[in-house]
Structure formats: C-alpha cells, structure tokens
Design a protein around this ligand. Structure first.
Ligand code: WAQ
Ligand code: MG
Length: 287
C-alpha cells in the first residue's frame, strides 16, 4: 500500500465520576474537571488509501453511533497521512476451540496462556484487570511477575497504524467463510493480534470483547496462533479488555512506540482451521 492514511475513531459517553479526590485547594480546578469522566464506548483504527477515507469515516461514525455499550456523546476521528511505507507481515492462523460453557472459557484461556509460558500470577492479574471498567486500550503486564507497565492506567495502550491489503482481505474472507466466521469483528481482531504478536517483546495476548452481546474471546501467541474461545464470558456482561504479556525487562517506551505508531500491514494470510480441542491445539504449535 502506497501512501497510506491512518484513520482512528473513538467514541465515549460522559458520566459523573464516583470519585471525589479533593485533597488541597490547588487541586480544586483539576478535581472539578475530573468529576466528569469518560466511559469508553467503542473504537476503531486502520490504514487505508486516500480514496477510501470518506467511506471508512462513514462506517466508523455509524459504528460509534450504534453501539451495544451505549449512546456516545463524543466521537473523535483522527485522519493522518503517515508518509511512511508500512512494513508487511503475515496474519496469524485462526483456530476455534471446542467449548460450549462459560465455566470452561476462562479456564481454557488460562491453559493456553500457561502453555505459551505465562505465569499463573500474571494470568490472575490479567483477569482481575479485565473484570474492571473497560478501558480504551490494552494493559501491558510482565509474563513472569505480572507487573503492570503501561503508564496511563485509565487508558492503557492503543494499538494503531495497522491494516490489511485488499488482496489479503479477500484471501482472509475466503478462509474465514469456510468456517462461517467471516465477520468484521473477527477480521479486525485478527489484524490487531497479528500486529501485536509480530512484536518479539510480546509473548501472548488475551482479549475479551467489552460488547455485552459478544461472548467469543481469544488468546494469541506466535506459538499457537489466533485461538478463538467461544463463551469466554456470559452474555450481558459489559466488561472486557486486552492484556499483552511482555518479556521481563522490556524497554517500555520502545514497545509502546511500536504498538501505537509503527505502520504495519498484513499482506499474507495463513491457512486457517475449524474447531479443535485444546489438546489438538497444544500438540501442534504452528511455528
Ligand atoms: N489497542 C489496544 N487495545 C484495544 C484496541 C486497540 N486498538 N481496541 C480495543 N482494545 C481493548 C479495549 O480495552 C477494549 O475494551 C477491549 O480491547 C475490547 O475491544 O474471533 O470486539 O473492540 O470472534 O470490544 C474478538 C473477536 C473481538 C473474537 C474483540 O474487542 C473472534 C472485540 P473490543
Ligand atoms: Mg467493543
């Protein structure tokens, strides 16, 4: 893709904050402002050709205005010519875990993460953070000690400047159609997870949608690919989030610069699979 443009959207709802943090008169102004806090409703981002900007912006606005998390009262759209040639990568392979109950979903995610080398402490911390209020971005925690590294605890880190070429998207649609999972939600999540896992400092990712009616989540890693987990949460639950498990001692500024700013585009798709048991998945690491 030549001369791609980055398009980002975020939609929020203002709400009265429960917290009152008046500590000193100097903080009064700040406290008054922070009484109104923003609840994250939805977000989207991608790299596109200039000729696609208007269509994409329309689609993003439509998404922002009609969202199951609620009515947005603020929508921010950023459109930038990034003036750089994106690097190209191959998408992770997709597989879906055989799972029918929400009791099992969380356990399966834990198994996959343990198999990818994440400690129990880090996994427990991740689920605890995901259960809280939804954030705009992802949490970064270290894979061994479970230390949280992202500096802005309310926002997290928002992965951006990522996309897929039109020919790779067609190929991906063909792959996903074979398993009846060719939706924009799956495609977008796969593009994001593929960028994240292309970063060597990230070992694995876990994602649970914050949409109350979307109950499939995933665990992604270079070892096991993009592993979809049906019923990772119960319907009606509005909490969700993403956690990236990173190597201990990672240079956090470099890592965030990579995730937020490095232009990267998927130009190739891996062969995908249908439904497999966790044992099948764990016995065939794909790389
Ligand atoms: N960068 C970092 N974190 C993000 C980003 C981003 N670009 N987009 C979303 N998040 C975080 C944020 O905390 C959200 O609250 C959370 O992820 C969930 O986002 O194959 O819909 O957009 O069927 O609700 C998974 C698809 C769908 C599984 C995930 O996520 C499948 C989804 P949502
Ligand atoms: Mg969502």
């Amino acid at each position: 893709m030549k001369n791609p443009w980055s398009i980002r959207m975020r939609a929020a709802k203002t709400a009265k904050s429960q917290k009152s943090r008046v500590k000193s008169p100097n903080l009064k102004l700040k406290t008054q402002n922070s009484k109104m806090s923003e609840i994250h409703i939805s977000g989207a981002e991608g790299l596109y050709k200039k000729s696609e900007i208007q269509t994409v912006v329309n689609k993003y606005i439509e998404r922002a205005l009609n969202h199951s998390r609620g009515k947005a009262d603020k929508i921010v759209i950023t459109i930038e010519d990034i003036k750089q040639q994106p690097e190209t990568i191959t998408a992770l392979p997709v597989v879906t875990i055989k799972n029918t109950t929400s009791q099992e979903g969380g356990k399966i995610a834990g198994h996959l993460l343990r198999a990818a080398g994440i400690s129990k402490i880090a996994i427990d911390k991740a689920f605890e953070l995901i259960k809280r209020d939804s954030m705009r971005g992802a949490v970064l925690i270290t894979a061994e000690h479970g230390r949280r590294l992202d500096p802005d605890k309310e926002r997290g880190v928002r992965v951006s400047r990522l996309g897929i070429t039109n020919s790779a998207r067609k190929q991906l649609s063909i792959e996903l159609m074979r398993y009846r999972i060719n939706t924009e939600t799956v495609q977008d999540a796969l593009v994001l997870a593929s960028k994240v896992s292309s970063c060597n400092h990230v070992i694995a990712e876990v994602c649970i949608s914050d949409d109350p009616d979307y109950t499939t989540g995933y665990v992604a890693s270079r070892d096991f690919g993009y592993t979809r987990i049906p019923h990772i949460k119960n319907k009606g639950n509005k909490s969700g989030g993403r956690v990236f498990f990173v190597k201990e001692g990672v240079d956090i500024r470099n890592l965030i610069a990579y995730l937020e700013r490095k232009p990267l585009i998927i130009s190739k798709v891996s062969a995908c699979k249908g439904i497999e048991s966790i044992d099948e998945i764990l016995s065939h690491p794909h790389l």
